[in-house]
Design a protein around this ligand. Structure first.
Ligand SMILES: Cc1cc2nc3c(=O)[nH]c(=O)nc-3n(C[C@H](O)[C@H](O)[C@H](O)COP(=O)(O)O)c2cc1C
Length: 728
């Protein structure tokens, strides 16, 4: 059964029993203090398991003239009833080793009596008992559905006790505490249910009294009590009551009520004259009482109290989780039929929902017609121009439950118009399949003819504000929608711009290479981005950078009327530029990788130039790059040949799309399918930088290579950081 089923069962059971569960656990926690208070009184006898009846009874008989009954109560009080040496009636707690009176039985504490009634029947007699019994039963089901949810969360029963990644959420504490208290809560619930079945008369535990055959009772010489075999074998911890014979007549006998049976004993010879073992139902009933009340052990009573308090915590945290989950849902202002921006959300616990809702509000504030819905409600949107997909990943790289039909739906329902899309994945690197579902969505959308990627797939690790703002910057640049007054997580921070001086600006047709030098404390790595503000206003342009000899190198294509490229193209040596470096951790040269496969087209080669320069350990690097013709490759040719000579680049593969055999870089990748598959299985990293259309083609080729030659889907490697992309 699905996670969804268990989640809703868990919630529905908790909601339906909430009030009774609250009362029962609160009163249960209070009642667990009673055995502790009882044990604090000086009446409890110590080490009853080390004192036999053969030792205790003679001592008590010496002290009291006529004993009618000895009772050993569950709190280890030993009660003697009968007459004392002066012939006066007594009913007192005694020390069974000395026979001394230690206290007199008193009425049960009124407060505990009141709480007990509330706990057992809510003061509603039979009806209350039914409700309480039902609550105990529902608690079993809640615990069971909780176990199933934990198994799903932990990806299998064998990993049930494995470490749970601590993301600091209420859900984490709910799960961890649940696992710790599970056994105790189950015992409370099972014993409570059984006791309720007893009190409601559905299960009737019937003790059969000993059946004595009076014709067979034999007399003889009076044996000393301390020599009675059964008395020697039975310690006081096993005893509930010992009823003494009424007279000295041989037909009167001792009746011993033990934990598991009743025994009749000849008072002259000490021989067992009858025995009746309790039926299973009585044993279970006694055990349930011990378990449910903690009457037999202070330690158990404390555990019970803690477990009852933990139920209160689960009620609180469970509702907090649900509230968080549903609070992110937003009402739509526009209908889906009229909206141009469609926000598709996959969220299990509400984090992604809340972020998507903040983006929706921003779009509406900017005057856009936007519509938000969960990914499973995906349909055909006649006026849609942009899809914004926000999704988390759960389980073994699986979709959240409101997105589990999405991949099938996009196959079933093609859009009538071309639509740009962007996918933002929410996940956590504590899980092996980081944002895998977001990659699955991005890959599947990129194979659709109607879907045009607006920006590369982005991921957010543990709600990182830096990751969120990176997506915002990339998306707002392409969609021309400012996030300036965005009110949501990862909202814009004040920009701290630095000055860069232009070292060179070399032009090669419509491509140009700029070298920039920042101040001494500049920390930039190849793969980071440079944010430039060409009009000195909010409009930002991002460029991938390569760092060579502590200088930032940008490789840019001049676009007609391009705001950013036009501005940079016009820069001259010694000009200064105000800009900032945006960290792009996910696209740095991998610190530990058996090999690196670099795939680029056009100016996307820029970060790889810096990375090859950085390759001090000569990690095997394979570059596949695509250019229009030899002229557009020329700016990089000498540098790359030099890196081959230095063994920093193992193999250089160049495709020209408008010259010679007319190939694309994806064709080169397809030719080397075997090599790339082998590298991937050897934990190599594939890095792709360049245009989104090139990425689309390359991902399709890689998807085929992965599935055909390694048996894993492409997203398997993407979510393990083995396929990194930075495309625009
Ligand atoms: C049970 C569980 C399983 C998860 N599995 C993954 C996973 O496989 N990959 C991943 O990147 N993140 C995983 N995460 C992290 C979530 O995707 C991340 O916390 C996300 O922000 C949750 O978003 P939501 O609240 O919108 O569902 C998991 C979280 C939980 C609680």
């Amino acid at each position: 059964m699905t996670n969804h089923f268990w989640r809703y069962s868990h919630l529905a059971l908790a909601v339906s029993s909430f009030l009774f569960l609250l009362l029962a656990s609160l009163t249960g926690a209070i009642l667990s203090a009673e055995p502790v208070f009882d044990r604090l009184k000086p009446y409890a006898a110590k080490n009853l398991d080390a004192l036999t009846l053969a030792q205790a009874i003679p001592v008590l008989r010496e002290n009291y003239l006529g004993i009618t009954k000895i009772s050993v109560e569950s709190n280890q009080y030993v009660l003697v009833e009968g007459t004392d040496k002066a012939g006066a009636n007594i009913k007192a707690y005694v020390d069974p080793r000395t026979g001394k009176i230690v206290g007199k039985p008193t009425r049960k504490n009124e407060f505990f009596q009141w709480v007990t009634s509330l706990h057992r029947s809510l003061f509603l007699h039979e009806t209350g008992r039914v409700f309480i019994g039902l609550t105990a039963f529902l608690l079993i089901l809640i615990a069971f559905s909780g176990i199933m949810l934990t198994i799903k969360r932990q990806r299998g029963i064998r990993r049930f006790l494995a470490k749970i990644p601590n993301d600091g959420t209420t859900q984490y504490y709910h799960t961890v505490a649940g696992r710790l208290s599970l056994v105790f809560i189950l015992l409370i619930a099972l014993s409570g249910t059984y006791l309720s079945l007893n009190t409601l008369g559905i299960i009737k535990p019937v003790k059969t009294n000993v059946d004595v055959d009076f014709d067979n009772i034999k007399s003889g010489t009076q044996k000393n009590l301390k020599d009675f075999d059964l008395f020697k074998r039975t310690n006081l911890a096993e005893v509930q009551t010992v009823e003494f014979p009424f007279s000295e007549d041989v037909e009167d006998y001792y009746t011993l009520t033990l934990k598991d049976r009743e025994v009749a004993l000849n008072q002259i010879t000490g021989v067992v004259i009858a025995e009746s073992k309790y039926p299973f139902s009585v044993l279970v009933s006694n055990l349930s009482l011990d378990i449910h009340t903690g009457r037999a052990s202070v330690v158990w009573a404390v555990i019970l109290g803690t477990a009852s308090l933990s139920i209160l915590f689960f009620i609180y945290s469970g509702f907090a989780i649900t509230l968080k989950r549903i609070s992110g849902r937003t009402k739509n202002k526009y209908k889906k039929e009229e909206s141009n921006y469609i926000l598709l959300v996959g969220s299990e616990n509400g984090t992604t929902n809340r972020y998507a809702s903040a983006v929706l509000k921003l779009l509406i504030k900017r005057g856009k017609k936007a519509y938000i819905t969960s990914m499973n409600d995906y349909t055909v949107y006649p006026k849609a121009e942009h899809f914004l997909v926000f999704t988390s990943t759960y389980g073994i790289g699986e979709p959240p439950s409101n997105a589990n039909k999405f991949l099938a739906l996009i196959d079933e329902k093609p859009q009538p118009n071309p639509i740009t899309y962007s996918v933002l994945g929410f996940g956590s690197k504590s899980y092996p399949d980081f944002c895998k579902f977001a990659f699955d969505v991005h890959n599947q959308l990129s194979a659709k003819s109607w879907a045009i990627p607006l920006i590369d797939v982005h991921t957010v690790n543990d709600k990182s504000p830096d990751d969120l703002s990176l997506w915002q910057e990339s998306w707002s640049q392409k969609a021309a929608i400012s996030f300036q007054d965005f009110f949501g997580p990862g909202k814009e921070k004040p920009r701290q711009l630095r000055s860069f001086s232009v070292q060179s600006n070399l032009k090669f047709g419509d491509t140009f290479l700029i070298e920039l030098k920042g101040g001494r404390k500049l920390k930039a790595k190849s793969g980071d981005l440079l944010a430039v503000y060409p009009a000195n206003d909010h409009r930002e342009r991002l460029y991938s950078i390569g760092v060579i000899d502590e200088k930032i190198q940008l490789s840019i294509k001049l676009h007609e009327n391009g705001l950013g490229s036009g501005f940079l193209h016009a820069l001259k040596v010694a000009d200064t530029l105000r800009a900032r470096v945006v960290k792009n951790e996910h696209f740095h040269f991998p610190a530990e990788s058996s090999a690196v496969v670099m795939i680029a087209n056009g100016t996307g080669i820029a970060p790889f130039l810096g990375m090859l320069d950085e390759n001090k350990n000569n990690v095997p690097c394979y570059l596949y790059c695509g250019f229009k013709n030899t002229l557009s490759f020329e700016p990089f040719s000498a540098f790359l040949t030099g890196k081959v000579a230095e063994s920093k680049l193992s193999k250089l593969n160049v495709a020209y799309s408008r010259a010679g055999v007319k190939q694309y870089v994806s064709d080169l990748v397809a030719v080397d399918a075997d090599v790339i598959a082998q590298k991937l299985t050897e934990s190599a990293t594939v890095m792709i930088c360049g245009s989104l259309s090139m990425q689309k083609d390359v991902l399709m080729v890689l998807a085929k290579i992965c599935i055909d030659k390694t048996g894993h889907p492409l997203s398997f490697y993407q979510s393990r950081n083995q396929i990194l992309t930075d495309c625009y």
